[in-house]
Design a protein around this ligand. Sequence first.
Ligand SMILES: CCCCCCCC/C=C\CCCCCCCC(=O)N[C@@H](CO)[C@H](O)/C=C/CCCCCCCCCCCCC
Ligand SMILES: [Ca+2]
Ligand SMILES: [Zn+2]
Length: 264
Amino acid sequence: MPSIFAYQSSEVDWCEPNFQYSQLVAEFYNTFSNVTFLIFGPLMTFLMRPYIQKRSRYIYVLFILFTITGLFSMYFHMTLSFLGQMLDEITILWLLASGYSLWLPRCYFPAFLGQNRSRYISLIVIITLVSTFLSFLRPTINAYALNVIGLHIVYIVVQEYKKTNNKELRHLIEVSTVIWALAFTSWISDRLLCSFWQWINFSYLHSIWHVLISFTFPYGIVILAVVDSTYEMPNKTIKVRYWPRDTWPMGLPYVEMGDDHKSC
Ligand SMILES: CCCCCCCC/C=C\CCCCCCCC(=O)N[C@@H](CO)[C@H](O)/C=C/CCCCCCCCCCCCC
Ligand SMILES: [Ca+2]
Ligand SMILES: [Zn+2]
């Protein structure tokens, strides 16, 4: 049985041919396309610092987990090791769990919790701990299970789209849903249609997934922060801004929070 550190000890191998450019890096494009995680994580932490300090310092954990996901994903694609796979997937699991704990609106809580966030967070921690252990049983299905959680997040976002008249929020949801759909299509077709992509000599869909899914992070965070503010902080104003300039046709969304009262 190979060591968990050994190159190619994972049962999962992506469509990109291995060791094409270096003996050290198994999947070159899949490894370096994670660089956007290393940029967006620290950048979003910096841009959203005033919001985080007013809302909850636990949000720092989410941004740190996002950046670590990029590092572990690089390590996984560089080595295709079992350790790399598990570090990558377990970090994503805890990243999603932190997002659910912080921002899931209370109306989506299971009825037996009675809208109590502390009890809900305890439930999320228990489910995530159990899932962490279960992930070692059938490691090949972990990534599919994580995408099912991703589908649930999209479902919630679409429900909020139906409820709101806020044009800015609707725009953010439209853009992020398109980016997520393109990302997911790239991920699944890399998994299921690899022989076709190799036949046309284009086996880089998983690296396209990395770039697109890293863009859904700032969008997802901003959408959830805006939705959360309407439920949890109705007397605070929250403003969506874009980096590097609000006036540019494309940019990274982030939020600023004012402390002025909406109703006086
Ligand atoms: C109410 C819930 C709030 C949760 C908010 C969290 C928002 C998170 C947004 C993005 C996180 C992306 C993390 C992706 C990590 C990619 C690393 C990777 O590529 N790993 C692969 C192997 O290298 C692995 O096979 C991938 C597994 C699937 C991961 C599924 C992630 C689902 C993300 C769903 C984002 C939905 C955004 C919705 C916007 C409309
Ligand atoms: Ca490969
Ligand atoms: Zn990957």
